[in-house]
Ligand binder design. Structure first.
Ligand code: IPE
Ligand code: IPE
Ligand code: MG
Length: 246
């Protein structure tokens, strides 16, 4: 795969854990636990493929609406996984960041998140962004608030995309916008994931439920991505003639 055929940033909605468990008459939480194994495979696969940044949607700002026992089960799963996986991330030179409003989490979980981020801060390989209590609308509002705080005298009419973009949660981390969006579980929707950042991402949907998604499925998504012609508003001819879209 040439460099332009390979996505630099992959963003994934890991959906279908609950249905996977239900089909096996298992509690939903077991589906989430199996989902962690799928996440590990995709992290490894992306890192080996030379992807610079992988963003995994782990918990949306709307997922608080779920039954209490599922929410608390997910919170303890996050704690366990952070404890268990930190060493592996360091071994693979992967730097971890959380995006989303972490203040809603328990003080223990917030501390664990910060500690794990700090432990991997020296890693120079792939960036792994975990979107937790994340919402695309929240991200945009938060960015506008941060801009206005930094520029209290700003004239609203001078506000541009370039004013707001640097304050988005992903921009702060200096990662490119997602090139490839993958959603498992058969639903063809964004569910308030990276609304702004996905503007020109290639969208890839698969019926596979997340716990069953593996390295081959990731490769299939990469192959599909490599066939797409990204036009960014231009004509196909302009792209084949090599016009620079930047
Ligand atoms: C995605 O799987 C994981 C989270 C939202 C935390 P789901 O739990 O949404 O699985 P389904 O969609 O019910 O099958
Ligand atoms: C999106 O999945 C959120 C995560 C995968 C974390 P959902 O299962 O919450 O999305 P909807 O409710 O089907 O749109
Ligand atoms: Mg779901």
């Amino acid at each position: 795969m040439t460099q332009s055929q390979r996505p630099r940033h992959v963003a994934v909605v890991m959906d279908g854990n609950g249905r996977w468990a239900k089909a096996r008459l298992l509690p939903r939480l077991l589906g989430h636990q199996r989902g962690v194994e799928a996440a590990r495979k995709v992290i490894r696969g992306c890192s080996q493929a030379g992807v610079e940044c992988l963003t995994l949607f782990a918990f949306s700002s709307e997922n608080w609406k779920r039954p209490e026992d599922e929410v608390s089960g997910l919170m303890s799963l996050f704690m366990t996984v952070l404890d268990r996986e930190a060493e592996g991330l360091i071994r693979h030179n992967i730097r971890l960041h959380f995006i989303g409003d972490r203040h809603a989490f328990s003080p223990n979980l917030q501390a664990k998140i910060s500690q794990t981020e700090a432990k991997t801060a020296h890693c120079t390989g792939m960036r792994l962004l975990i979107a937790a209590n994340y919402g695309g609308r929240w991200d945009i509002i938060h960015a506008v608030q941060a801009y206005l705080k930094a520029h209290p005298q700003a004239d609203p009419l001078t506000l541009t995309e370039q004013s707001i973009a640097p304050y988005l949660s992903t921009a702060e981390l200096n990662v490119p916008e997602p090139d490839l969006f993958i959603r498992t579980g058969g639903e063809c929707r964004i569910s308030n994931f990276l609304l702004w950042q996905l503007a020109y991402a290639e969208l890839y949907f698969t019926d596979k439920l997340w716990p069953e998604f593996n390295e081959q499925d990731l490769q299939a998504a990469f192959v599909d991505f490599a066939k797409r012609q990204r036009r960014f508003g231009m004509t196909g001819e302009q792209i084949t003639q090599g016009t620079d879209h930047a």
